[in-house]
Design a protein around this ligand. Structure first.
Ligand SMILES: CNc1ncnc2c1ncn2[C@@H]1O[C@H](COP(=O)(O)O)[C@@H](O)[C@H]1O
Length: 330
């Protein structure tokens, strides 16, 4: 089966972690030539096979400080997803200011990059999700929400909770409850990194997160039985990232042992495969489908059915769902 040609939906991709080494290297070369950076070559800092999204994020943030490099790398990310056969993409990013760009300008640059790209490549529709980082203060989270709402007519469709799973343990993410409840009330889609590590899998935390009435959950690794039943009852959409989890050692037992295997047989939830940080883990979405076929024995029909499960989970609205229903393989 041609997994690249298979029309696919990507709902769990962090922008910064999705940038290829090559695109980062190109930005670095230009800046080095112009005397604009003292940073080491990204190909040296992040050799193939090294996976540490925290370290990499710090480096990449230091490199991509101006409009041109944000635009260039975002375009390269969109191009990579398009060339991999993605027809609908929800990219997520944490709004950030740099000495040269405010957080507001960063979001505007991304939205205009997406709009320009879509004019030239109408087969890929892209929407933006803004991320609240667990390390943020409630005030920072509130300004992320304000940005999301200010740009909700230009393609921002949701709010995410991501970042270091050890930050705000034991239910302390409740500090963000007013922000996420407000986001929900205002009609934004809600997705959260859910029980991605033991540290973020406490009953207190899972109760808080489920209390936000999220539409989608990312990773879903360390949840307890009660949450599992609740997820099934609510028929939530699960964003499962096989290569990321296996390569980063977040799960045991390799691909065969991945919890995709358990969730696929549970009635109710919809599964959407995601790459998480394809620039870091190096496995494009087409390969995630290939891995499912290889390790879980999915035939062509089952793979097409799986790819279509994501349609109901998108935050992009009913017209977009209809488009996906008509173009995705049966
Ligand atoms: C298991 N994988 C993961 N779990 C949790 N958070 C992750 C992540 N991979 C990336 N991020 C989050 O994405 C930010 C960088 O991209 P943006 O600046 O937002 O585009 C990181 O700071 C981290 O908070």
């Amino acid at each position: 089966m041609d997994y690249v040609a298979l029309p696919k939906i990507e709902l769990h991709a962090h922008l910064t972690g999705s940038i290829s080494r090559k695109a980062l290297h190109e930005v670095w070369l230009r800046k080095k030539k112009n005397g604009e950076t003292d940073l080491e070559d990204p190909l040296v800092i992040m050799p193939e096979g090294k996976h540490d999204y925290n370290l990499e994020t710090t480096y990449i943030y230091g490199l991509l400080t101006d409009e041109e490099s944000v635009r260039y790398t975002a375009t390269s990310v969109l191009t990579d997803f398009l060339n991999d056969g993605v027809c609908y993409l929800e990219l997520r990013t944490t709004p950030r200011g740099t000495p040269l760009l405010t957080a507001e300008a960063y979001v505007s640059v991304l939205l205009s990059t997406i709009a320009t790209f879509e004019l030239e490549n109408p087969q890929l529709h892209t929407r933006l999700i803004l991320s609240v980082d667990r390390r943020h203060t409630p005030t920072m989270a509130a300004s992320t929400l304000a940005l999301a709402l200010a740009h909700s007519h230009e393609g921002v469709v949701g709010l995410d909770l991501c970042g270091d799973p050890t930050a705000k343990p034991g239910g302390a993410v409740a500090a963000f409850t007013p922000v996420f409840l407000e986001a929900k009330k205002k009609g934004l889609g809600i997705t959260v990194h859910f029980a991605e590590a033991e540290a973020s899998g406490s009953k207190e935390e899972l109760d808080v997160l489920l209390g936000w009435q999220p539409d989608r959950l990312g990773h879903v690794i360390w949840e307890d039985e009660a949450s599992k039943e609740e997820i099934a009852r609510r028929e939530l959409c699960l964003e499962l990232c096989l290569s990321c989890n296996v390569q980063a050692g977040m799960v045991r037992g390799g691909f065969e042992g991945h919890h995709f295997g358990a969730w696929k047989d549970i009635q109710g939830p919809k599964i959407s495969l995601g790459t998480d940080d394809v620039g870091v883990f190096g496995s494009p979405l087409s390969n995630e489908y290939r891995l499912v076929a290889e390790h879980f024995g999915f035939d062509r029909e089952a793979i097409c059915g799986l790819a279509r499960q994501g349609i109901e989970g998108i935050f992009g609205g009913e017209i977009e769902k209809d488009r996906l229903q008509s173009i995705m393989w049966e």
